[in-house]
Design a protein around this ligand. Sequence first.
Ligand SMILES: [Zn+2]
Length: 146
Amino acid sequence: MIQYTLKCTDGHRFDSWFQSADAYDKLAGAGMVSCAICGSSKVEKAIMTPRVRPARTTSAPEAPQQGALSEPAGAAEQALAELKRKIEETSDYVGKDFVREARAMHDGDAPERSIYGEAKPEDARALIEDGVPVTPLPFLPNRKTN
Ligand SMILES: [Zn+2]
C-alpha cells in the first residue's frame, strides 16, 4: 500500500491509499480517482514538502545562503537569535568535545558548567539514555576558531 497526498483542480487536498504506484497511475488514468471533497476526477499528486533534515552537527558551512534568503526577521527568528546570544554568553563552546565533556560532568569527573557543542545524533541519544540532560539547539553554534 502506498499513501499519496492528492489535490484536485480546486485545490482540495486529501490523502488516499493505493495498492501501488502503478495502481494509482491506472486509476488516475481511467479517471477513477476523485476528490474526496468535491468529487472532481481532475486529481493529481500534490507536491510534497520535503521534510527538513535535522540540523547537521558536523562540518556544515556557516549558513552560506543566509543573505540570499533576505526575509525580514520574524518574531520567532528574533527569539531564536536571543536564545542563541544567551547561550553563547553563558555557556562554553566545547565543539566536538561536547559528548565527552557532558559525560564527564555527569559522572562528576569535571566541574559542572553550561556547555554547548556538537554531537552526532547517536551520541546525543546515548547521552540522554544515560540520563545526561542534553537539549538539541535550534541553531548551529558559531565556531570559535581561536
Ligand atoms: Zn476537490
